[in-house]
Design a protein around this ligand. Sequence first.
Ligand SMILES: [Mn+2]
Length: 479
Amino acid sequence: MSISLDRFGREAFFRFVKRAADRLSRWAKEGNPISIVSHVDADGISAVGIMASCLYRLGVPFRVRIVPWLDEDIISELSSDFEGPFVFTDIGSSYMELLAKELGTRGVLVLDHHPPSGPPPPGWVEVNPHNHGLDGSKDISGAGVAYLVARELDSSFRDLAPLAVVGALGDLQDTFNKRSLAGLNELAVRDAVEAGLLKVSKDLIFYGRETRPIHKAMAYTTSPLVPGITYREDNCLMVLSKAGIRVKEDDRWRAVRDLTDEEKERLLEALRDFLASRGHPPSIVDRLVGTVYTLTREEPWTPLRDAREFSSLLNACARMERPDLGVAICMGDRSKALEEAMELLNEYRSTLAGHVARALSEPGFLEEREHIIVLHGRDAISDRVIAPVASILSSSMVGKRKPLVAYAFSENGEMAKVSARRPPDLVGLDVGAVLREAAEACSGLGGGHDVAAGARVPISELEKFLSLVDELVGRAMRA
Ligand SMILES: [Mn+2]
């Protein structure tokens, strides 16, 4: 039953993909500039890379705006100096009512995978897997939706498939067997492999597996966060030495990809021992083995070679308020933009490492409540990085069986930016739904996916909001 439903869902979904491509072709022929509006994260930037490449190749003038969310001010700023049609990627569906009110008479295309808040006005085209019973949280990303429209526009645009893979990994959609992408994402993976642009293999998933000395790759790995290993190069070197693994070959540092299968086994075993000796579950190590997506046309030793690293680089550009660098890289810049982005990435990593270490060691940051764990970021953690700090901390809380709700002060201290993360084994809880309901009851706005969600709430309502989230999570867990 579910298989045939999925098939009908897909057929309907692809009818909308076709409709969107037709609409874009028509706009392209009319020749008016098109405004691309996207979400400020790795997926949103990848989606822009795809859409902007399409328009560039079709000779259509375009402009790009990358936004953290949509509200009346942002939408009126988007539309005040612009007459042409809009393409929203990786954002829009959750703001349909607002968009309809502000842009109702314009040409609008929404290519998104966030849960829709309502139907689009007549004349607009919305492509969203949720409208067809498909799972937008893990089956396809915003970049994936943009890619399907791109390949429908022109089959030669299939060379953009790697960007859809990067976007899906940026949205942590590798939740299937051995950390692989599945669902509609499989189409982009298959296209990229067939075009000779992507190699899929099973291996150790260490950050920088192609590019960094082994102990650094281990220490830089934050998904999963390995307690005592992440951000701790000293312990990494110790574990490597216990496993009897040489870190250098002659004078050159070895990378993870230089390890033999036997050495990899010994390393995993040593990591299990290390965790067990410190009272952590050794099963964390299982998540370090999985599906590796290698972009074979990218230079080895660059952060673009491994699709997960590529998405981290885009993410850093987004968090450090330079999404333009990410877009340039997605559109093919491999010189100046790449160089600048790599510097930004270093800066970003040390910022995150500092926050995580503080939250774990200083009192007053983490508070365990009945059904949730609260991270009080207040003004000590910037609202730009509260979401990744929440992700890293939540992945370290194996066995806690409680979602993490982190917040930081934002917008001159008037609002709180909230980020919630659900541990992967806590099935049956939709933190997106919880945040939406709680935020709406507290004069705020919230929503997102079942494993990761966000909200904006006035500071004056923050305590009420946190209590309500605690209560709603408790209720959902009993249901
Ligand atoms: Mn997305």
